[in-house]
Design a protein. Sequence first.
Length: 110
Amino acid sequence: MGLLPLDSSSLIMLFIVISFIAANVPWMSDRYFMLVKPVNTRKSGLFRWLEWLVLYFIIGLIGLGLEQRFMGTRSEQDWEFFVINFCLFLVFALPGFIYRYDLKKLLVNR
């Protein structure tokens, strides 16, 4: 028996929710990778994108691990799969990006 007694559809939904949260973390937190607080400066936009890219690869590795664990093998994918995956992770990050750069300023100015 595994760690989580979930069926495959529940596990997929949990993975999607975790992916959505991970895509928004760089814009919701001013800490580097949610761990280290910047000393004198705020986290730059470039670092937020770099953090987002690292989280994209971490989530991808988790997905590959889950596929290997529960399916017993890893399906070969072409480049189209990875482009769609990247774009989906980008769309997942949109709420955090809008909050950081648009909505937060609008709410402060009210």
